[in-house]
Design a protein around this ligand. Sequence first.
Ligand SMILES: NC(=O)c1ccc[n+]([C@@H]2O[C@H](COP(=O)([O-])OP(=O)(O)OC[C@H]3O[C@@H](n4cnc5c(N)ncnc54)[C@H](O)[C@@H]3O)[C@@H](O)[C@H]2O)c1
Length: 422
Amino acid sequence: MIIMKKNKFTVVGVGYVGLPLAVSLSKFAKVIGFDVNKKRIQNLRKHIDDTNEFKSNYLKKVKDLNYSFKTTEIKDSDIFFITVPTPINKKKKPDLKNLIDATKIVSRNLKKGSIIVYESTVFPGCTEEICLPLIEKISNLKYNKDFYLAYSPERINPGKSKFKLKNTVKIVGSSNKKILRYLKKIYQNICLKVHPVIDIKTAEAAKIIENTQRDINIALINEFSIIFKKMNLDINKILEAANTKWNFIKFEPGLVGGHCIGVDPYYLTYKLEKMNYKPKMILAGRKINDNMSKYVAKKILNDLKLTKPKKKKILILGATFKENCSDLRNSKIFDTIKFLEKKGIKVYLFDPLVPIEELKSFKGNIVKKLDRKNFYDAAVISVKHEEFIKLGIKKIRQNIKNKGLIFDLKSTFPNNQTDWHL
Ligand SMILES: NC(=O)c1ccc[n+]([C@@H]2O[C@H](COP(=O)([O-])OP(=O)(O)OC[C@H]3O[C@@H](n4cnc5c(N)ncnc54)[C@H](O)[C@@H]3O)[C@@H](O)[C@H]2O)c1
């Protein structure tokens, strides 16, 4: 198999992961960016990327990438890359609906010789145990004879981050050596390096432990943060000191939201429970991180209690789940907000990175500009947006009443300029 400009590739799900992939692949193949979200496709056709990964001018210059919501247009693709969301449900179990729907769509449009590469995060075994039987049944084609499968987890970090597709190492696993070699050539064109692995399950497992390890490490630091507060010690000073050791790994305390770190460990624990193994450490870490939003809310309430929490006005700076992006998915600050609102506190939300329409589901007050002198009783800076640093603590404090408190969860500002940090 050779890579030719006339190759047709389809990326199924052109969101944070799929769009950069589609753009990169279009440099050497004809690419269809397929998505069931009509609005997303209509916007992309107008070169508008709501994920803010690409500027309009950049998208305008991209050749050989067409966007579609019509399944007929993905027929005859040589490779399908599946990059749809894999969230969890209310019971914290994998919600595979998007993945299964995407698999069905692809199966109905599969031709002989095609490859399906899954990039969505899943549990080890998901591709071959859940997707493969569906593909064979719907397409009437035989695995490793008529079509091939591979798994290549995505590691990009959306937002203002230096870790993009072109400078990350890409893991690829396939049950077919020829396909693995072919995919290696393809990915080598768009990423830093390819790390082939022995099979699909190994690639799936590698992704899931990357994020689980991160979750556990943050949970440990969150627990340290709680412990050291009880000892009247400053965690930042302790971390700074410990970090001088060659093998100390630095993590920061904070709320763990989003669609990856707070979600992926549940994919692994789901699989383990199916195998009658009850993971202890992974779930303990999840519990600690999930409880941090309540811990923060309780601290705020406790510190405001002296002067009656009811009718207090609190300004929250930062709605997103992490810094410098507009992504609100599973942002844990909303749990803190709910808790505060239940106690009668009036919450005001300010996030210059998130378009106002996207905050519609938030029923409280949305702040467009920080221009109310001595208005709020307290402020909570939940993420380290560069915009907040540019704004400066002085400007933020002007909006807070005299003796008002600033809870700076992520130590965005030097600790002596705010009243509390995690
Ligand atoms: N965003 C990240 O930082 C990141 C990093 C690494 C891995 N991942 C993983 O990559 C996958 C995709 O995440 P994302 O952040 O790009 O999600 P996203 O929500 O930004 O994009 C997914 C797109 O898929 C579309 N979609 C849903 N069902 C579909 C279907 N049946 N057919 C076609 N399109 C469909 C949605 O409309 C959406 O536009 C997830 O498994 C995620 O865990 C994400």
